[in-house]
Structures are given as structure tokens and as C-alpha cells.
Design a protein around this ligand. Sequence first.
Ligand code: MN
Length: 294
Amino acid sequence: MTGIGIHGFVWTGSSDQSALIGAMEKTAEAGFDLIEFPRLDPGNFDVPALARRLEGLGLKVAVSMGLPFSGDISSTDKDVVARGEAILLEAVSITRDLGATKLGGIIFSAHGKYNAQPTAEGHANSANTLRRVAEKAAAQNVTLNLEIVNRFETNLLNTTAQGLAMLDEIAMPNVFLHLDTFHMNIEEASPEQAIRLAGKRLGYIHIGESNRGYLGAGTVDFDRVFDALVAIGYGDFVTFESFSSEVVDKDLSLVAGIWRNTWTDNVTLARHARSFIAAKFDDARRRAETNARP
Ligand code: MN
């Protein structure tokens, strides 16, 4: 682990300039190393100004997004796939311009509940589109990280094994998996084993509780999650993701089913999450070191 990040929606559901700057300042004040900006609409803000402010605060940044059904690259409609490809290419450019190197999220299909099985043709459209986007992203020093999410939020990639097969199909060195403990807790037989399976192809991870609220106040077995991250030598950012009806984004909150108030005070939540993650990671590292001592 090189640092601890936090999802911007802990702070604000808005993506206008002043809201994003406020979120960045709160992120730095709470001791995080990275902020994740979701679903950025470049019409709403001045990218170079945000990049300068991030640098001034000493913060790294990652970008995540989910494709809309109107730009679903796993569709069998050529126009819809082309629209999705354009959305991804724009997101890659924004990622680069912000000074980030990671684009994550549900970038292989629409983000939402499907009412049909995925198709072989749609799967191939997604892989072929991502290969083209990855070629252009590589030239901008941006990696693509496919977020494996639960069955209610995509029909294409619900498990790590499915994600790894997709990476083989895309066959580009700058495409990785983006795992998330909230989703893994639903879909994986063993989240710990899934992280070990991903190994060096894990590019990014969201740490979220089973109810998306306070870490430790749910059913995710974080000791085993961090044991697995230590075991694979995970050397990248670990980002806290939590949602409450207290902070509402009109799109993501509805798609992700955020109906309940799991917290009201985001400063206390964030500070707790940062120390929880740091302590769990340290404990796991000590367990590994102690075990290895003859
Ligand atoms: Mn996530």
C-alpha cells in the first residue's frame, strides 16, 4: 500500500468547482493521500485550476466513473458502443489533465441493473473497445482499472475470475482490475482468495463495508482482506468508499441504492476510516512478518 485515498462522495455529491475544491481541502485535513473524483463533467469545472490546487495540497487523485446505458460499450448497437468509446476517451484525457494516472469504475458496461443476460457479441464489443481506449490511454500514461461490481450494478463482470478472463481478452499491459470489498462481499466465495487470484493484476481497490457505512460496523472480514493485500505485495492506493443519504449525488446514489443514512458526520467517518485502514494494514504486515520469522 502506498497511500490511503477517499472517494469524493464522502464530502459532496456536487461536481462544481467550489464543491470539488472543498472536498480536496477536507481530504487533506483528514490526513488522506488521495482523493477519487467520480463521474466528472468537464463542463462544470476548470481542470488546470483543480490540478494546481491538488498539487498545492500535496494530494494525488484518481478518477472513476460508470458508463450510462446510452454509452454502454457492451451493447450490440454500434452507435451506443461508439458513444461509450467517446465518453471513455474524454475521461482518459481528463484523468491525464488532472495529473492522475488511474481511471477506474464500471468502464466495461453500463452502471446499473440489467434486465437481460450479457451476450457474447456485447462482451467482445466491450473487450475490443477497451483495447482501443487502452492504446490511447497508454500514450497519456493512464491505466484502465475495471471495477468488478455486484449483479445489481452490471451483468458483465461480477467476479474477479470473470475480470481476469476479460483482461486476457483485452491483452493490454495498462489494463488492471479494480476490486471493491463491498461488492466482493456479495459475489466472491472468498474475497481473500479472490484478491490472491488477482495478484499483480490488481491495480486499485475500494475499501467499503457491507452496508457502505462505517468500516468495522458490518460483515466484511477486513483482517483477511488486508492479509491478502500484504500477501500479493499490493503496492498501490487503497481508497475508502462510503455512501449515505446524507450526501446525495442524483445519479450514483440512485444507481447504487443509497436509501439509508449510515452516517451524518463525514469528518468523523473519514478520520475513523483512515486510522482503521492504516491499523488493519499494519496488523496484517506484522502477522506476515511474524509468521515468516524462523
Ligand atoms: Mn467501488
